[in-house]
Write a protein that binds this ligand. Structure first.
Ligand SMILES: [Fe+2]
Length: 213
């Protein structure tokens, strides 16, 4: 997701599909609130945190996240929470696509088979990880430093970037991602979300992880 032009003042890019495009798996109202209000708030608060610190205005989102420890102490928490909130949501929204019979292909499909045996076995493990997040956070499919695929989780709006992990896709398990339609049933939301994974995008991100190393 490296985008060298994405820096302060950060904006909230429109969804790459219509709000209702993920129906019946993710409902229109949830997508509208999630993108237009939740993500917008992270964008606004990140800009607010950085407003008085012009020396960071040309830092990309990734640079800020990787280098939180070198930011002034008084904005570290705000950048961690809101910068992470922007990064995680942009990855999540662009990692989804209207339901189709799309499946992983190419190198990503091979890696999933190699690491997990089958797509179904992988999805089962991924779902277990997403269910294991206590409270708010994300489940991730990432490429580890040794090039292997790995499932991991993060809390709140933390990202796996500082751990040297390269994201392939993520799943937002904050209740705001599903409560209107699935109520408290996170497992049902995860099952529904598996229908709208943008595998083409995941495959491209997987390949990009190796180009960055
Ligand atoms: Fe979210």
């Amino acid at each position: 997701m490296t985008n060298l032009t994405y820096h302060y003042p950060f904006t909230n890019p429109p969804l790459p599909y219509a709000y209702q495009a993920l129906e019946p798996y993710i409902d229109e109202k949830t997508m509208k609130l999630h993108h237009d209000r939740h993500l917008q708030t992270y964008v606004d608060n990140l800009n607010k945190a950085l407003a008085d610190y012009s020396r960071f205005h040309n830092w990309t989102l990734e640079q800020l996240i990787y280098n939180i420890a070198s930011l002034p102490e008084e904005i570290q928490t705000a950048v961690r929470n809101n910068g992470g909130g922007v990064y995680n949501h942009l990855l999540y929204f662009t990692g989804l696509a209207p339901a189709s019979n799309q499946m992983p292909t190419g190198a990503l499909a091979d890696a999933i088979r190699r690491e997990y045996g089958s797509l179904d076995a992988f999805l089962k493990k991924f779902k277990e990880a997403a269910l294991s997040v206590f409270g708010s956070g994300y489940a991730w499919l990432v490429v580890a430093a040794d090039g292997s695929l790995m499932i991991t989780t993060t809390k709140n709006q933390d990202t796996p970037l500082p751990l040297g992990l390269c994201p392939v896709f993520n799943l937002d398990v904050w209740e705001h991602a599903y409560y209107l339609k699935h109520y408290n049933l996170r497992a049902d939301y995860i099952d529904d979300l598996f229908h709208v994974i943008n595998w083409e995008q995941a495959g491209q991100r997987y390949m990009a992880c190796f180009q960055m190393q």
